[in-house]
Design a protein around this ligand. Sequence first.
Ligand code: GDP
Ligand code: MG
Length: 747
Amino acid sequence: MYRFALLGNPNSGKTTLFNSLTGSTAHVGNWPGVTVDKREGIYKKLAEPIAIVDLPGIYSLSPYTSEEVIARNYVLDEKPDCVINIIDATNLERNLYLTTQLMEIDVPVVIALNMMDAVEKRGDSIDAKELEKRLGVPVVKISALKETGLDKLMERAYAVSKVERKGVTVIEETALKHLISDIKIALEGQGVDNPLFHAVKLAELDELEVLMHKDTVNMIEAFKKQYHNDTFGDDYEALIADGRYKYITKYFSPTIKRKNEEKFIVTPSDKADRVLTHKIWGIPIFLMILFLIFHLTFSENLFFLGGLFNGKVAFSGTAFEGVFLSESGINSIGVLFGNLVESLTNLLSSVIRSILPADSWATGLICDGVLGGIFAIFSFLPQILILFLFFSILEDSGYMARIAFILDRALRKFGLSGRAFLPMIMGFGCSVPAMINTRTLADEKEKIATVRVIPFFSCGAKLPILTAVSGAIVSSFGVANVDLITYSMYLVGIITALVTVILMRSTSLKGDTPPFIMELPAYHKPQPKNLAILLWDKAEHFIKKAFTIILASTIVVWFISHFSFSWEFLSDAEIDGSILANIGKFLQPIFTPLGFGSQLNSNGWVFIVAAITGLIAKENVISTFGTLAACINVAIAGSGDSGVASVVAMISGTGITVPALLSFIAFNMTTVPCFAAVAAAKGEMPTRLHYKMTLLFWIITSYIVSSAIYLIGTFWWTAFICLTAFIVLCLCIKLHNNRKDKRGAEN
Ligand code: GDP
Ligand code: MG
């Protein structure tokens, strides 16, 4: 089958084009570095099916980042039948820099001038015919987003893929041109593929090339002795880069007609950035936006208007009681849809319960075990989706890229670069792709530190824990708001991540912080299509998981909570003697400092077993409560199968306190993540020792953070002890590092 590869700068629209061509639903983000691995799909509209490969975005074919190496090796070694070089036409000249390097490889090339819709909207125009003549390869205007010009692009790509193409270079400087052509001839003699490309890279003394062609390097050394450039000296890499830009300005720039010729026009994006990336206000504004999102998703008292309604409840006495308007006020959209789903699942489970014979163990398994477990997490699906909708809007609009920029500015001196924030922010979705994305980090130590803290950015699967426990705190103890608690716990996760990453970067994982060069993409309206794809993916993933892993887990939990070690069947009331209860009780003392250990009454082990099932999938924490609710507190469990109801059952069945519940949330957020994330982390660790240390790191961090929350929540004055201990720790590290630096300087 024919293979066409998509190559282009970050954020030039490769993934959008890939999705449009193949009908696939890969993640599109308005920041550089979203696609790390290559991805394949099939284009079917030509005479034969074509495999399309989406490569990571790069600015150059140099070997400085892993993306560059992946993309470059793909084109050189896998020899695609055609490379579609996608160019952000709103930034034509800069994007052509990569093109001038690609042209040096002996591979058929087609240029896709993307974002033509945006160019035309600005009133600019590009003479594609003229550009095509000057480049010597086909140039097709497209809009990946509006899906215009795609068929033509593919037809031309198909046509050129049948013809061989020899590389050409734009380097015109006479002396260099000679050097390159001499090296090229030498390489050709050795039977090297793509001799021109390798010759240019060798002249640049590119690390990979120097290793590959050891015998040819001396040609350059000899040449350097005779030839000296006044501006660039011996730095041929800079000389060649300069040559490319000069050529681009001279021959390619004239093909653009710009409506506004002035160099520095202040775009609306720039104006927005003056506020949103402000030195002092940038971070507070981000925190406000984040709170607004949580408020719109989780609040039961939207805009704090509850007073106006005086405790009225809409549709009281019907199945929809409290769906729109609850005692506390207007419900946010997340709560509204959550309530709707909850009403439906409650209805469904009461219908099923009425059909099945009462008092049979099978009814118990189906209703309490499976339905109780699965329905406990279902009412959170709308909230998960709505939270992600907001996050995706922030991402697609280009705002998240600014956050990386702001945080880079604030935390660079602590060894943390903005580059590392992109995968961290991705962790809000799911830790697995986020960990894979850390491959974009050039510094290995920074990468290890980043992988370790990614789980602290609470992922979608942890959301039911946050929401259900917060909801139960509000309804059992009558304190605070759900939105405030969930927001604070997210912040606890973020702060834990930042603090631990800084600690690691100043002790065991010290290293350089590579410069963070990222152009900020222009703000733009989020695309409904992208958002829909993302939400659909998320929903599908959730439902699949609910009916596989989580379903299986609830069945296992039900069985081991209804059998004793001697395999006797136990009724709901006898749960205390079950296998599950005994495992939980055995571990209970370990969790006493965290508030949900031995100090709870006889049912207190439920929190521990729930946290353990969370290691399989974090949704399991709440589904396990749902499965056990009927046994722990019969009266309350009867009121519905929602997650909040099952946590309420746990609270009244165990006598747990508010600080202990908060500590429980924090523990689940910061401890060892689910299996999938552990496997991903293992894959990203350079050695087994690093992997083991990572597991240890999670266990210790969660233990410290949770017990601090419990202690401070229970005895407020312990805050001073915790703070002092933390300051002493920081001082010790600082002193130790200073001593080491001094010794290093003396030697
Ligand atoms: P990649 O990093 O090269 O994979 O780029 P993406 O496909 O993730 O796209 C980057 C951003 O550019 C996204 O926000 C897209 O919605 C936007 N985009 C992509 N193609 C077009 C286009 O043809 N026109 C406009 N106006 N925006 C586009
Ligand atoms: Mg991409």
